[in-house]
Design a protein around this ligand. Structure first.
Ligand SMILES: Nc1ncnc2c1ncn2[C@@H]1O[C@H](COP(=O)(O)OP(=O)(O)O)[C@@H](O)[C@H]1O
Ligand SMILES: [Mg+2]
Length: 266
């Protein structure tokens, strides 16, 4: 391992600033070792991205944090409490949307609230707010098959926001959309991070996307996956999107990660 660059690692956070703690997580699927001793802290109110080669275990780690998959060993704590299964403080946005095809946008977005036993008027009013937040006002009564991939993804995001989870787990949420929409989503996501003050754990395999949206980027090695490097992009978020993408700090971070991936992955 090369020496980490100055922007990396070891920045201490006060205990209360950590929303999610991943401690010594190992995961085997039969004899396949997916994750090897993952230790990570996810700071509250920040967007942390997991970046790594396809098949390295990003989805697995996200599902372990969600409580959907049990680790072989190790522990995840959310607000200091050990995770033993899914919980309302965590919401998962799946790579493949996982919308209910037989239900309208409204019903899909309100579904988590319906599960909580909230009354119809209240849950629809909350759902309407988040449908508007993701730019889908007017599509409330449409069904998933009537929407584009990008729009379906927005429904998934709105549903995750509607349950008011503190921790949002996003598994390659923009992978199904074209580059233009992807950039628009990145802006939307940054706005939501700014506005909602939630803890985001985001998975992508786009280096540019990771650098553009993240407070912290965790580079995972090829399977069995380990934490190879943690990078904190230094980006002036007050600049315009075009200015950011041309900024030397942005370009240097993209290059640093590219080199890091080459080093840890090949
Ligand atoms: N349910 C499963 N059963 C067996 N192997 C699995 C299962 N889920 C994932 N894997 C394997 O674990 C590894 C990590 O998968 P995954 O977490 O999906 O990676 P990523 O999301 O980084 O592409 C892969 O080799 C994959 O084939
Ligand atoms: Mg995956």
């Amino acid at each position: 391992m090369t020496a980490p660059s100055a922007s990396i690692l070891g920045v201490p956070h006060a205990e209360s600033d950590i929303a999610v703690e991943v401690r010594s997580i190992c995961k085997y699927y039969s004899e396949v070792e997916a994750l090897r001793m993952i230790d990570l802290d996810f700071p509250r109110g920040k967007l942390t991205t997991l970046l790594g080669p396809s098949g390295c275990g990003k989805t697995t780690l996200l599902k372990i944090i969600a409580g959907l998959v049990e680790p072989t060993s190790g522990e995840v704590r959310v607000n200091g409490k050990a995770v033993t299964g899914p919980g309302p403080e965590r919401a998962f946005v799946f790579q493949d949307f996982a919308l209910m095809p037989w239900a309208t946008v409204m019903r899909n977005v309100a579904f988590g609230l319906e599960l909580k036993g909230m009354g119809k008027a209240e849950r629809q009013s909350i759902a309407r707010h988040y449908i508007s937040e993701v730019g889908l006002t007017g599509f409330e009564e449409k069904y998933p098959h009537e929407l584009s991939g990008g729009m379906r993804q927005r429904v998934g995001l709105a549903r995750a926001f509607a349950v008011d989870a503190e921790v949002l787990l996003l598994d390659e949420p923009f992978s199904a959309v074209d580059e233009q929409n992807r950039r628009k989503f990145q802006e939307d996501l940054l706005q939501l991070v700014e506005k909602e003050r939630k803890t985001f754990i985001f998975v992508t395999h786009s280096i540019e996307e990771a650098v553009y949206v993240s407070d912290r980027i965790v580079l995972l090695s090829r399977r069995p996956s380990r934490v190879a490097q943690i990078i904190e992009p230094k980006i002036d978020r007050t600049a315009s999107p075009d200015a950011i993408r041309r900024d030397q700090g942005y370009l240097d971070t993209v290059e640093e990660i590219w080199q890091g991936l080459k080093h840890y992955v090949d």
